[in-house]
Write a protein that binds this ligand. Sequence first.
Ligand SMILES: Nc1ncnc2c1ncn2[C@@H]1O[C@H](COP(=O)(O)OP(=O)(O)OP(=O)(O)O)[C@@H](O)[C@H]1O
Ligand SMILES: [Mg+2]
Length: 266
Amino acid sequence: MAQSIAIASGKGGVGKTSIAVNVALVLRQLGARVTLLDADFGTANAHILMGENLRPKIDKALLADGSVQGALTTTSHGVTLLSGGSAAIDLLDLKKNDRLQLIRNVEAISDETDYLIVDTPAGASDATLAFVAAADRVLLVVVGEPTSFMDAYTILKAAHLEHGVRSFSVVVNMARDGQEARRHFDQFLAIALRFLDVELTYTGHLPMSTSLRRSVVARRPLMANAADANGPEGQAFQSIVQKLLKAPVNQPSGIRFFLDTTEKDA
Ligand SMILES: Nc1ncnc2c1ncn2[C@@H]1O[C@H](COP(=O)(O)OP(=O)(O)OP(=O)(O)O)[C@@H](O)[C@H]1O
Ligand SMILES: [Mg+2]
């Protein structure tokens, strides 16, 4: 049964796409069939980080007629990409109905994918919240700055109060070390638990990393480079994925990526 994981942060530029791409590669390297949905429509860039010269395949007509299979791109990394590509102007103002239709249409690939990773847009727009609420698990990316905490908290609060999402995983990006990252998580946890009945799973941290930055510039994911994949960042990504997969599954009512939610805890 296919599972879905949304990656969100509220604040822009904190590493969502870098993490989404490398999480997808870790899962692929574990033998899973993985689809990466770049939900940053209009300004999609996951394909750039993966070194793919994508011809935009998602358009409004396709969202309506439901042929998700026809919109998939198989990347050289073995991960399948569902993306509108860059500069897709007609996707910039994707209407609510198109969005919900896309979420429904993803059901069509449930037999051919094990994990759907959803890279969501920055901000706490209705679009981001819809993708977060439609996913089984949510990975919030935070960095150690008050603005990041507040923006992540905005997503958490809206997803919880408006959509009934209760369980969130958290990764601290660009941390100096494990102790500092844990402190940041504890601060974020304290804010969340003071006001909301949510549960947070700490999946670990990624250091401020020259190899990660280099991999973005080179358009080759860190996990696709054997030396880096076995290095500290690669191990961090693997550990984050292991913890993420053990986090509780959300089952709020509303439109979900994959309909059958039974046996997802296995
Ligand atoms: N751990 C890290 N160490 C160093 N640089 C990083 C790290 N994580 C991300 N970056 C860099 O930060 C920048 C933003 O990363 P990325 O595009 O993944 O963020 P994003 O949250 O997806 O941004 P947006 O909100 O625009 O979609 C990139 O240049 C990336 O190389
Ligand atoms: Mg991004």
